[in-house]
Write a protein that binds this ligand. Sequence first.
Ligand code: FA5
Ligand code: MG
Length: 420
Amino acid sequence: MLLPRLGPSLGPGLRRFLHTVKPHAVDSEINPASLSSDLSLVDTYRSHPCFNLSSLVESKLGKNLHLLSGHPIHTVSYLIQKYFKTAHLERMRQALSADESINKADICVKCFDRLSPIVTKFQNFDNLLFPLDHISRNPTDTYYLDDTHMLRCHTTAHQSQIIPTLSHRELALIVGDVYRRDTIDHCHYPVFHQLDAVRLFDQRPDMSDDGYIVQDLKEALDGMIRYLFSDSVKIRWVDAYFPFTHPSFEMEIFVNGNWLEILGCGVIHPLILSQTGCKYRRGWAFGIGLERITMSLFNIPDIRLFWSEDPRFKSQFVPEKVTPFKPFSNQPSCFKDISFWIHDSYQSNDLFEIIRQETNEMAEAVTLIDTFRHPVTQRESHCYRIHYRSMHSTLTNEQVDELQNNLRQQIVEKLKVELR
Ligand code: FA5
Ligand code: MG
């Protein structure tokens, strides 16, 4: 396990961001386009050498599926918020009932669902004690606008701004779109949505360890999952590592015969609390991926569908209600293989990005099926299988051949690899 590096102290960068954070009440009526004005900012970064946004990713900026009433992502975000504003708030009231100095009306949930996805490396990584050599800082994993700004890769990026504004009577929820360069399969997409939560406690002299925080965290999440699914949902806890929490856990649920990782959580690292001026507080945090849980709840088989503009998708859903998805297209998939000699700077995420872009998102999954090292030259080759399936119509053999031929050319040109 990596040991967390000591992070920088609360600097002017963080102080500059503190005043910009304001909670919003959850209101499905508010126009989701209101966030997009920030996003015209992207143009001002375009010529920077670190700028690595694909046009696919750019096209998703400002869509804010989590704010679109009726969209399944909005519905699940709404239901999670509802659980915390009802059942969980009641638990908080009970836990704080002995403290007569607290005005019960002050016990509340604050929701931040309109924070811009453009953040600094400082917010996304340094504040959260990510080591300088952490893999997710690489431009192969993260979308950068310039050498200091990036698209957040988790909603935890806002945690250090929010902590100093939070009392032990409040729970903060942060919801938004997050961006990662990643593999291609039915449950990974370069843009997805997360909901993070932060809960602080006053340090109690009678509690020398974090046991009560872990217990409160696990009870809250156990209740949330049972609220979304049913009491019979099978849950398991797996020990995990995040630079910003200790101890850390992941929750997995059993769906369709498999264990599915849905969230990460843990006890907030004391250094994060002292950096943000909350030395005498303890707390827990979690972050849940909304797409995977929505796919399980609505029976949506492919993560690409969330972005569909097809009325056969969009018209199926009722605001704030879970209804099973009815497939409207059952096109067969077909696959094509591609093999090439790689070089030292080759990174598979660069390949995945080109495949998504050049096949117009017709690639449903890409798997590495073979690697080979030449016994004499020691050159290494990779063979990938690309599974093609359109979500909306049948792909003809000619169309797939055309996509594959174009892809072969683009891979040689952009990745400087040699086809076999
Ligand atoms: C995080 O992002 C942490 N920030 C979570 C956290 C918050 C831990 C606060 C502790 C305290 P992770 O990288 O595991 O953790 O992502 C969290 C969830 O996002 C995953 O469990 C998964 O449900 C979802 N997820 C991750 N990558 C993708 C992807 N490419 N596409 C769709 N969903 C994804
Ligand atoms: Mg994970």
